[in-house]
Each structure stands twice: as C-alpha cells, then as structure tokens.
Design a protein around this ligand. Structure first.
Ligand code: MG
Length: 158
C-alpha cells in the first residue's frame, strides 16, 4: 500500500545568519526565527511524513511548551518522526519539496540538502526532490519577510 502526506511551514527572517535550511547551514544575513532552529523544510517534511501515517503533527510531537524543544535540531525531530513511521511497518519512499523564497537561492545548496534529508528519511538522495521558487516579489515572501515551504511525502509498507 502507498499513503501520501502533505506538509507546509513558514518562518520569519531575523538577523543574524547563518540560516539552517534543509539540514544545511547557509551563509546569510538572517536566520529563520522560531522556537527550534527554524528549519522550515525539516518541519514541513516532518508534518508530511506524520500526515501520511495519520499520526498527528509536529506540534503534537514536539510542543513549544516543552523547554526541551527550544533551539532543537529539526533534523533530529524529522528522524524521530521517521522512526515512528518505521516502527509501524512503513517506510518513506520519496518526497517532493517546494521552497518559496526570494533569498537565499536554493540551487547552490540543493545537493547538500538532499544528502542530509535523504539520510534522515532513510531514502536515496534521488528520492528527495527540492525545488526553489521565488514569489515574483509579491506579498510577504516577495518583501523578504520570510519563506514558505510545501512538501508531499509518500510512504509504503511494501
Ligand atoms: Mg516551523
């Protein structure tokens, strides 16, 4: 059987850099503001993987109210979500990611992100697709206030 999950996340930019995104530290003047390290790709992925299982969401698993989650490494949270999926006899088969932002450009970091995310998900690098899009200077993303990320993940028990 195959199941599909969707995830979305957004974070506001705040100085200083670097920016942690897709498990990679990117040289930038701003970081992603948040309770954890703000890694929106890892958060959207975690929600997509949990969603495919019908296993709740990242906020239920790692509540902001728990001081343990402050500044937490988001790849570690993703790993724990994948472990939960694996413990139920399922595995991630592939993920497709869209990052919407004016800056930074995703292309130069795509390979490093795929490598980090593939390791956390237990898939091959080729099974992690990452696409960068701008918002054509429209709205909050266009004004450079932050970035948004959408993910679709498929899991299988075959
Ligand atoms: Mg988040």
């Amino acid at each position: 059987m195959i199941r599909v999950g969707i995830g979305y996340d957004s974070h506001r930019f705040a100085p200083p850099g670097p920016m942690i995104l897709g498990g990679v530290s990117i040289p930038a003047a701003v970081h992603l503001d948040g309770h954890s390290d703000g890694d929106a790709i890892a958060h959207a992925l975690t929600d997509a993987v949990l969603g495919a299982m019908g296993a709740g969401d990242i906020g239920q698993l790692f509540p902001d109210s728990n001081p343990k989650n402050k500044g937490r490494n988001s790849i570690e949270m993703l790993r724990l979500a994948v472990e939960r999926v694996n413990a139920s006899g399922w595995r991630v088969s592939q993920v497709d990611i869209v990052v919407v932002t004016e800056e930074p450009k995703i292309g130069p970091h795509r390979e490093a992100m795929s490598r980090e995310l593939a390791r956390a998900l237990g898939v091959k690098e080729g099974d992690v697709s990452i696409k960068g899009k701008t918002n054509e200077k429209m709205g909050w993303i266009g004004r450079g206030e932050g970035l948004g990320c959408m993910v679709v993940a498929t899991i299988t028990n075959e």
